[in-house]
Ligand binder design. Structure first.
Ligand SMILES: Cc1cc2nc3c(=O)[nH]c(=O)nc-3n(C[C@H](O)[C@H](O)[C@H](O)COP(=O)(O)O)c2cc1C
Length: 229
């Protein structure tokens, strides 16, 4: 596939056909994804390929816990877990017991453990040069050394006719994930990526146009107009 087509049509795929994907294919996907950039080229990623069925079910349960919290935030009108006006995360904005008691119906969460490929992305904290550490706001730079790798996995999967989604609500249950998979303390759980053969490709993506997020010379200044062809 042509590069721009892949970039502009790789939507989040959360429903998969019941078609197995070989280890060889997973290897090839990761073999391309590993060329992702990272701060200082430290490549902080490790990948758990989870095949054990019981572990996958447990991850699904943990994911559902996180999802309930996420939805509880939305129901109360918050951007889930977002830093607020002081630029910092100030703890859960909802009553977590109340959130845990919520019922919800989410197809992806309900069938998460059935995804043909199940990859837990880990980041070695000691390898993250967080250049915004110590600033009086939420740190974000560290994630830049792991999520390009995650997105590369999704793009690479397209070459094999596969699709997937990178998810992070599982990070709400990092302690349980560490216990489940014997993850050493110097690693963070960065994401869960599920992949498979899409029931259907979602290629019409809703994204803001360049004019809405670009300024010239000064924040709030003129936008960068589309080229005249
Ligand atoms: C950092 C990150 C975290 C995400 N976490 C989740 C998640 O926990 N659960 C989920 O279903 N999707 C998750 N997504 C997928 C987004 O919801 C998806 O990329 C976005 O809504 C665009 O969807 P579309 O490609 O279908 O337009 C995440 C995406 C990113 C980049």
């Amino acid at each position: 596939m042509e590069l721009f087509e892949v970039m502009t049509t790789s939507g989040a795929i959360r429903e998969y056909l019941d078609v197995p994907v070989s280890d060889q294919t997973v290897y090839e996907i990761l073999n391309a994804a590993r060329f992702a950039p990272s701060g200082g080229n430290r490549q902080p990623w490790r990948v758990l390929v989870v095949k054990n069925r019981e572990s996958r079910r447990r991850v699904r349960e943990l994911y559902c816990d996180g999802w309930k919290e996420y939805m509880a935030h939305i129901k109360k009108g918050f951007v889930p877990f977002a830093p607020i006006d002081d630029g910092k995360w100030n703890g859960p904005a909802v009553d977590l017991d109340e959130a845990a008691a919520m019922t919800f119906n989410n197809e992806y969460a309900n069938h998460l453990d059935e995804a043909p490929i199940f990859l837990v992305l880990l980041a070695r904290l000691e390898d993250l040069a967080c250049l915004d550490n110590g600033l009086d706001r939420q740190s974000i730079v560290g994630g830049g050394s792991i999520y390009p790798f995650g997105h590369n996995i999704l793009l690479s999967a397209r070459a094999y006719g596969l699709g997937g989604v990178m998810t992070t609500v599982i990070c709400r249950r990092e302690a349980d994930m560490k216990a489940l998979f014997d993850i050493p303390k110097e690693f963070a759980v960065a994401a869960l990526v599920t992949l498979g053969t899409p029931k259907k490709f979602l290629t019409k993506l809703t994204r803001r146009p360049v004019e809405e997020f670009t300024f010239v010379d000064k924040f709030g200044g003129p936008t960068l107009g589309a080229p005249t062809r």
